[in-house]
Design a binder for this molecule. Structure first.
Ligand code: ZN
Ligand code: ZN
Ligand code: FE
Length: 761
């Protein structure tokens, strides 16, 4: 299939023969399109067969001119434009773009070589960097990006560093964080009282000893602290889970090398490139079925994937080289709070979690979590956009409307976005706005964006949920505001990032979003024609006894569903009377009968929860989406069966899940394996999307919302629709979860939303 790839490459790629190199490469492969410089690097668009484009991307990385230094590499696939030749286009001239703040960049090969060279003056120096690598966004205090405006301002360069900094022919010419052991920051190892145990390289060696001995340490990195412990040590991991109050949510791992990753996980070419990229995100990788090197089962219980990253800062390289085993490297926080960035704050907040603290005196200006990505059908799918990507914009063809717009995002997995001129800047992942720490971080990020982009927002776009922190925050801004329905924001983000032109069907499935009718939506379909958006279909609603509480208790979704089907006889079903205490049952019976605190929902996320409860996979969960994830992992990919369902076509389309649930109850009672039932459930949802797509006569289908983090569902839907000649679009660079809401709010703020209130009871 022919496709178009848009590649945005940052770094020292101008004046080094890069454009002629790309031109030759593209011409050899008979690709059409163009390359042009912009002020942060180059933009390439190339058209051809997908597999040739994959090879093209690979060859750019492998064969690039030796002087070219790539510090950022993002790409996404789109429909072809019909280019007839490959051209080198004139550079874009744009003054404002040079004000881009760049993300933090993993250590480059040159610096790594120096750091490992005993005769180099920066041998084993954990703060080595150059123009092509090192911290950026995490150290900027003001613009322009100059040493005096970074957290390096209090370190006076020694004569040797100064010479490099001043020499236009040096790799460190104007590298703002340049430093050496003489003049730069250093590391110290503290105990949890803040007393110094050791300093400099000895601090690293001691840390390594402690990790080996099963201790938990907090390590100050680029955008905040990680908690680290030995990934093979069950006891250490159980201790970390207890102290961090994290029952069974998966932990991310840092491996010493690509080879060590390959002993444990399957790594394809795309995943390998992501692991090694200067953005250096966490990549979700499928575990090998059997590996003698497999880390502890307590890292990601029951999960066929592992979140894996390679060392990216020089400090991580030094630690991992000494350790030579994988470690857990998880954000140092309690539950979903932002990462700690300051050593005294870390001591205070983490003294009951970590035994040791590896700290340093280069201040971190702002928290930036590790980004999380995965590969889906040969494309990148961003799950958490932060270090390595934030705060760069997503290129998007906006109207020439020069209003500065601030998008507030949602409630969970929040991020914000700001449109300045033609650019939509996306903030780093902030987190769930449900703790004091997170709301403080939220306020800081908004102030940051105003400062970094010298912009005062004129319009605020917010979620229509009246109680979200981000919605209420708008009151502090004293500017015009506009509400965008949650699921419309999801669709807008996916449609815009995929550059979908003309009309499409948007499928927006997630856990929770505030609907036009004030009920909880989450299984929604929209028809979008350019900027006109209409809600056309949804799932039959059911009550959620306890509202918010039901999100943490899949058994309540099961109860709500069965109650909607059978009324009070729902309580006779074993899944209900076995999983609630008698006391609870009497309360729930009253709640449901009186319709108190039982909001109605059309959420597919809750449908997943209900099925997971009926199959006794999870009754109460410990982290968002856990039941749905376990239901996904249970599914057997060989099962092709589907369940019955009804679709009622009126002015508005309603999907009735009742036959699905009836059959699931029968299958489950007859002792059918959960792997078969789960697969049939996934296949049925796929079938539903296909049927709605056919009935509304749209051939472009845009998929968004948290449910599409489920790769089994996502790939089934893509396969089914593509085999039937639909064009399917899913997220690449913007998260499909609520991390993408802010971007979508900006886009949808220009949409005309049609809602027929008569559709809602
Ligand atoms: Zn470097
Ligand atoms: Zn120096
Ligand atoms: Fe959502």
């Amino acid at each position: 299939m022919t496709s178009r790839v848009v590649i945005s490459i940052r770094g020292a790629v101008q004046g080094v023969g890069f454009r002629p190199f790309i031109y030759r490469l593209a011409s050899e492969m008979k690709l059409t399109g163009f390359i042009k410089n912009n002020s942060i690097g180059v933009i390439i668009e190339a058209e051809g067969e997908k597999r040739i484009l994959d090879y093209f991307i690979n060859q750019i990385r492998e064969k690039k001119p030796s002087l070219a230094k790539i510090t950022g590499f993002e790409f996404s696939f789109h429909e072809k434009n019909g280019y007839t030749s490959f051209q080198i286009l004139k550079s874009e001239e744009s003054g404002e773009i040079s004000a881009f703040i760049l993300p933090d960049i993993a250590i480059c090969d040159d610096c790594l070589r120096e750091m490992n060279n005993p005769s180099d003056r920066r041998y084993k120096y954990p703060f080595i960097n150059c123009t092509n690598c090192g911290p950026r966004f995490s150290i900027v205090e003001a613009i322009p990006y100059d040493r005096k405006n970074t957290t390096m301002k209090n370190f006076n360069m020694c004569p040797d560093c100064q010479k490099e900094y001043n020499n236009p022919n040096d790799r460190r010419y104007h590298a703002q964080p340049v430093a050496c052991p003489e003049c730069g920051p250093h590391v110290e190892l503290w105990n949890n009282n803040g007393s110094i145990i050791d300093t400099h390289h000895n601090a690293i060696l001691k840390l390594v000893e402690f990790v080996r001995a099963g201790e938990i340490s907090a390590v100050k990195g680029i955008g905040g602290f990680h908690l680290m412990c030995d990934a093979y040590n069950d006891e250490a991991i159980i201790k970390m889970r207890e102290r961090k109050q994290r029952v069974d949510k998966p932990f991310a791992l840092m491996f010493p090398s690509l080879e060590s990753v390959k002993q444990v996980c399957n790594v394809n070419q795309l995943e390998e490139a992501l692991l090694l990229s200067p953005d250096s995100p966490i990549v979700l990788l499928k575990r090998k079925d059997k590996s003698i090197k497999a880390p502890s089962q307590f890292i990601a219980p029951g999960n066929p994937y592992l979140g894996v990253m390679l060392p990216y800062s020089p400090l991580h390289h030094l630690i991992m080289k000494e350790l030579n085993i994988p470690v857990i490297a998880t954000s140092a926080n309690i539950s979903e709070e932002p990462m700690c960035i300051d050593e005294y704050e870390a001591l205070d907040r983490l003294k009951n979690i970590a035994d040791y603290f590896l700290v340093h005196n280069r201040p971190i200006k702002r928290h930036i979590d590790d980004s999380v990505v995965r590969g889906v059908k040969g494309k990148v799918m961003m799950l958490r956009r932060a270090r390595g990507y934030a705060p760069l914009p997503i290129e998007y063809d906006t109207n020439e409307n020069n209003k500065i717009i601030l998008a507030m995002g949602g409630q969970l997995k929040n991020s914000i976005a700001m449109k300045v001129g033609k650019n939509v800047f996306l903030s780093q992942h902030i987190g769930d706005l449900e703790t004091y720490e997170a709301t403080r971080a939220y306020t800081r990020v908004i102030d940051d964006f105003k400062m970094l982009y010298k912009a005062e927002p004129e319009l605020a776009v917010k979620d229509s949920h009246p109680d979200y922190f981000s919605t209420k925050f708008v009151d502090n801004l004293n500017i015009e505001s506009k509400s965008i329905q949650h699921h419309i924001a999801h669709i807008a983000s996916c449609k815009a990032e995929n550059q979908v032109k003309g009309s499409c069907l948007g499928v927006s499935w997630d856990g929770t979003g505030y609907g036009f009718d004030k009920t909880i939506w989450g299984g929604e379909f929209f028809r979008v024609d350019e900027n006109v958006c209409e809600h056309i279909a949804s799932f039959r609603q059911f009550p959620l006894p306890g509202g918010e509480t039901a999100v943490r208790e899949p058994r309540r979704s099961a109860l709500g569903l069965l109650y909607e089907m059978y009324g009070s006889s729902a309580f006779n079903y074993p899944v209900i009377h076995n999983n609630f205490e008698q006391k609870e049952i009497s309360v729930l019976e009253k709640m449901l009968a009186n319709k108190t605190n039982c909001p109605l929902t059309s959420s597919v996320g809750r449908l997943f929860d209900a099925v997971a409860s009926i199959l006794d996979i999870n009754q109460i969960i410990n982290f968002e989406g856990q039941a749905a994830m376990n239901l996904e992992f249970a599914a057997s990919s060989n099962e092709k069966g589907v369940y019955n369902y009804y679709i009622y076509h009126n002015d508005f389309i309603t999907i009735d899940w009742q036959p699905i649930i009836e059959e699931i109850l029968l299958d489950s009672n007859s002792g059918m394996n959960n792997s078969i039932i789960s697969a049939k459930f996934h296949n049925t949802l796929t079938e539903i999307i296909h049927e709605i797509a056919k009935s509304v006569n749209e051939d472009k289908i845009v998929l968004s919302g948290g449910c599409f983090q489920n790769v089994y569902l996502l790939e089934e839907v893509i396969n089914k629709l593509e085999t039937n000649d639909f064009n399917v679009y899913w997220h690449q660079r913007v998260p499909t979860n609520d991390g993408g809401i802010a971007f979508g709010q900006i886009i949808a703020s220009e949409w005309n939303i049609k809602s027929k209130i008569s559709n809602y009871k």
